[in-house]
Design a protein around this ligand. Sequence first.
Ligand code: A3P
Length: 292
Amino acid sequence: MDNTDEYLYEFKGYNFEKQIVNIEHLEKMEDFEIKDDDVFIVTYPKSGTIWTQNILSLIYFEGHRNNTENIETMDRAPFLEYNIHNLDYDKMPSPRIFASHLPHYLVPKGLKIKKTKILYIYRNPKDILISYFHFSNWLITLESTDTIENYLEKFIDGKVVGSCWFDHIRGWYEHRHDFNIMFLSYEDMKRDLRSSVLKICSFLEKKLSEKDLDAVLRQATFQNMKCDPRANYNSIIKNEIGERDTGCFLRKGTIGDWKHHLTVKQNERFDMIFKKNMKDFPLKFIWDINDE
Ligand code: A3P
């Protein structure tokens, strides 16, 4: 792909969001200084990034949890590769929390050397596809697509920001031993938020009182986040990035919405490609709210 594309900027085989990426920042990212107590949330787009950013923010920042501070999630847990608010990452107080969609081979070298914890959140790719289709039609900085049929092809070919979903998850999983990483699924979070937050706390070695845990769980629900301007990017999108139509960052927040959008034929095509690409892949995917 050449970089004349209006929406995608390809750098070392991976597609970035052209209109917001800073190439100088990208070129220096490999050497970005990592600290042992940094925490990274890594996801493929539309896998529950903002949800996890909010959860970690609630776990780490008392002022967020008890509502005494009014800092947006985006500034609590900024994207490493897209420094939208031009924060000075070196001066952020520790522990710093970063979100990232980077593939395993583009992250700062320090992540392999330090004890830095990485939380990889994954989601069934059919729901990602549908979520991403709507999101791309909403944001002015992403390429819109008229039909799901056409979007399906782009998604499968990785002609989207974040490149190919299959490569992203396989790459991170296959290189898991190079990092201090925990994998957790969106669907696990959706089906049992309490035990997922406890798992996250245990990985992060953070002990919350019952009262604080309850506050995290209360504030991290879909309904709450949808109404809490700190916990979704609606105003950043409206006021800073730009939107095509009206939209909403927290759209449906369910498991299995793909069933309302994919035709039988599209679903079969996706299954065939999934089978081919994910053969022998050990992580389990939940496709339906009723799956065991
Ligand atoms: P949908 O478009 O399917 O609703 P990301 O932050 O990686 O872009 O992911 C966005 C997706 O996560 C959206 O999916 C959004 O609704 C969902 N999401 C965000 N917060 C959530 C929450 N508290 N509970 C369930 N889903 C949530």
